[in-house]
Unconditional design. Sequence first.
Length: 439
Amino acid sequence: MPQMKQRRQNQKNLRKRPRLPASVRSRLQDELTEVTRHRAAISDLLRAIASSPHDLQPVFDAIVDNANSLCEAELGVLRLSEQAGLRLVAVKSSLPFSPPELLEHRSFVGQFAASRSPVHIPDLAAHELYRRGDPYLLTSVDVGSFRTALYVPMVKDEELIGVLSVGRTCVQPFTDQQIELVTDFAAEAAIALQMTRREREYRQVQNELAHANRVATMGELTASIAHELKQPLTAAATNGSASLGWLMRNPPGIDEAKRSVEQVIQDVMRASDVIDRIHSLVKKHAPRKEKLDINGAILELVGLIQSEMLKNSITTRMELAESLPHIQGDRVQLQQVILNLMINAIQAMSDLAGGERELHVTTELITSEGVRVGVRDSGPGFSAESLQRLFTPFYTTKPNGMGMGLSICQSIIEDHGGRLWASRIEPQGALFQFTIPVT
């Protein structure tokens, strides 16, 4: 009973509470609507960034689309600042209007951008620069039929990132709330855009380093590559000579010559496969992830290191798990990691005075982590101190090493959602392992 009395009393108190005036409620509702629209615009921009890891154009388009929507504009233009001027990267217009690709920093838009503050022009045709015959303004008004414009510089840490412009085809000035909405959105978009561009630049540098590492690695395998090519080419020459011999007989041995020519074709295809594998490893390409059979990727590399193995009296033991599920990854990058680990193992065993020299490569499925690849050697191993620094850039235990190989390998594996680590093997040896999640 006391609870029911308390509930009734609360209801009476609510009925007695004075209602806010209609104008206040309307203002609060408008503010809530503006906040909701602003959040929606930022969310849409972040989705564009997340769904476009290698292409910035969808991000540029999302900025312009959302700016137009926030202030009910019919034209949106985004320009990014560079040394030559303000470069056009996105335009959205309800009319067939084509702004110039590049505006100089001394242009009126460049001057607005330099001010670091929004510039609102209620009527472009009444502006002094239009009366003076500014080419861009004349085109905007007379060709594009735009009359009202808002120019918002995009600034991050005092650095001009670009300019976001919105416009209307009639003389209809933007409200203070609309100007504030677009200005706030432009400020947050500038932060997101700059972070995205820096991340892309970092990835590009990382890819350049990885490519340089692949080229250097292939340079170390010159003898192995020559040996791998020499075998099929020698066989092709031998079978070609045999074919000529059969054809020069009287009567010609047509069937035997045909079999010899077929063997020549197979030998040439083997050589072509070697060249294709080498080419795929050394050429530059943007990272692209696809379904990948990791066992097949490993076996393709064996021929490239065969000569180095023979020269250093190293035996190979492959324990590749059967029926492994495919992983999602960049074939060239993952082969680069595996090749680096195998070459490091060969070099570690090359100076052994005695004892067994074995390169042991394994694959297996780990339920919690995905596919795991292991590369083990029977070399001298490394100290506990070295173990802590192996993946540090520029740290190396090789006399002529740069110390970038393992660091690059670790970055590649982490970009694939996996991890790379090293372990000491007693009484001697080293084991490098990495995991890649299963798709």
